[in-house]
Write a protein that binds this ligand. Structure first.
Ligand SMILES: O=P(O)(O)OC[C@H]1O[C@H](OP(=O)(O)OP(=O)(O)O)[C@H](O)[C@@H]1O
Ligand SMILES: O=c1cc[nH]c(=O)[nH]1
Ligand SMILES: [Mg+2]
Length: 212
């Protein structure tokens, strides 16, 4: 199991600088998408900290050596659709051998409850490190439901990666899934009356895909 604390706030200046540009409402869809890809690679570095390694015997041009290599099955990256795909793209560039799954889920804007429409994950979930990605942790209802489904599929070692989290969402996740560490680039003030993160960045899916 993982040694990460329940909450990791990634304060790296590059992450914070890029996030500020993403929050700005004048930032275009193209720039928003590109920055999300760049940030996802920096966050991937944090969320994969302390992965178990082993050694394998190789020959350098100079001599044989026992060199470190990742241990166990390939990790699984799970995108919570559709905004999760913005984080997924950059992460798969960094971890090209990762197995990939999708949880299709959108938030009913009236009830703020998640509605599931798709589920497909790799085999052997119980033997993999599973990293679920979604830029926004707002009420926490979507991520709690997605992780419920991943656990039902056998996942035991799960991490959740997001860009922005609200204190409410973190508390809801901690109550439902205390064993799932959260890695985030920011913890914002709270939620507005429509369940949006404030100050936030607006609707991540719409800003990424240009649907509004
Ligand atoms: O913590 P919650 O209150 O559940 O809100 C967060 C969810 O809302 C957004 O998705 P959305 O429902 O807008 O779907 P989309 O990705 O298709 O835009 C976001 O990407 C999360 O999945
Ligand atoms: O602030 C929020 C809350 C939920 N989903 C988003 O995309 N943004
Ligand atoms: Mg959306």
């Amino acid at each position: 199991m993982t040694d990460l604390p329940h909450l990791t706030h990634v304060t790296h200046p590059l992450v914070q600088h890029k996030l500020t540009i993403m929050r700005d409402k004048r930032t275009s869809t193209a720039v928003f998408r590109q920055l999300l890809r760049e940030i996802s690679q920096l966050l991937a570095y944090e969320v994969t900290r302390e992965l178990p390694t082993t050694t394998k015997r190789i020959d350098t041009p100079m001599e044989p050596m026992d060199a470190p290599t990742l241990k166990g099955r390939k990790l699984a990256l799970i995108s919570i659709l559709r905004a999760g795909n913005g984080l997924l793209d950059g992460m798969t560039e960094l971890i090209p051998s990762a197995r990939i799954g999708f949880v299709g889920m959108y938030r009913d804007e009236e009830t703020l409850q998640p509605v599931q429409y798709y589920f497909k994950v790799p085999e052997h979930m119980d033997e993999r490190l599973v990293i679920a990605v979604d830029p926004m942790l707002a009420t926490g209802n979507s991520s709690v439901a997605a992780i419920d489904l991943l656990k039902k599929a056998g996942a035991k070692d799960i991490r959740f990666l997001c860009l922005l989290a609200s204190p409410e969402g973190i508390a809801t996740m901690k109550a439902a899934h205390p064993d799932v560490p959260i890695v985030t680039a920011a913890v914002d003030r709270g939620l507005d009356e429509r369940g949006y993160i404030v100050p936030g960045l607006g609707d991540a899916g719409d800003r990424m895909f240009g649907t509004k």
